[in-house]
Design a protein around this ligand. Sequence first.
Ligand code: ZN
Length: 368
Amino acid sequence: MRSLVLGKVFGIAIELHWSFLLIIFFILVSAATESLQSMLATAMLFFFLFLSVLLHELTHSIVSIKRGIAVHKIMLLPIGGVAIAEELPEKASDEFLISVSGPLFNFLLVILVLLAVSFFSLPFPWQILSQQLDASEFDKLLFEYPLFTLLYVNLMLGTFNLLLPALPLDGGRVLRSLLSMKFGLIKATRIVTTISAAVALFLFMISFAAQNLLMTIISVFIFFGASEEARIIETKHALKGITIMQLVDKKPIIFESNTPIELIIEELLSRNKFSCLIDFGQNRYGVFDLNDLPQNLNLKSPACEYAKAVEPLDASLSADKALERFIIKGQSMLPVFESGQLVGTLSLETIERAYRISAIKETLSKTA
Ligand SMILES: [Zn+2]
């Protein structure tokens, strides 16, 4: 996923997905063709949306860190954000607290805005409660009353995220965590995935009736997001009893960091491999991967220029935890350490094969 890194807060990288910029650009252009006021109202709406999504995700992240689950980045998407944690919460109570905290923050902000405008008699369009407004009158309010815009955005974010019982939205996670307490993670995920598909289908149909493109996008996002979530959970379940030492390649290909990449590529291709380790010295290793090579490649360059420094996996890790690390880091191979020493490498491909074998065994045991 291509994104723009905006900065770091509490050690968490904040990234803006490129589609966010693209959508802002298109919406501003289309609003500008209507009127200047409608463009300014849209710009204001997006500014507060961006800020509120960021704070919503930071709330999830802070609760997650407090529960002992590290968060390494927040990705801001046009329809909300995703806080990318080091691992999925194991305990249902942790998942419940982490997922409920984001929408609760939005509702808290709504209450604070209401209290502030009432106590300090700040300008606020109270007429909205009694009057029916058309789109252009509504735009005018968004443009004239920033506090109203802030309230509106947070009310929408909180409601949408909490009340739709669909994965991967917060509401789906809350429901899954509650069901997990009774049925366990696997069965709870299956139930919520089925509900999510129904919610996605329902939204998809009414989005056509309402001619609402954003709703169509959200329904597709829920449909694919939920099935991806289900796939991850099923895989984790199948890999649970397997330790990575059973899967480690104990004779990895290792090159010195000054080896010209020409030699490495030749060796990898002749051995039918995609990646190898590069020894950076002092027990540090990088991964050189044929899939990650740039277009303008200088074949005479030393390996260290193209190798990616990585954190090793600990040999005591279970295969399902290792899989999470691969998915989160976007790596296809990682070095494995035991008591601080390199013992081999593990590839994503090997884990996936182990998963397929375990799934076949389970099917066979059911038919037997
Ligand atoms: Zn959330």
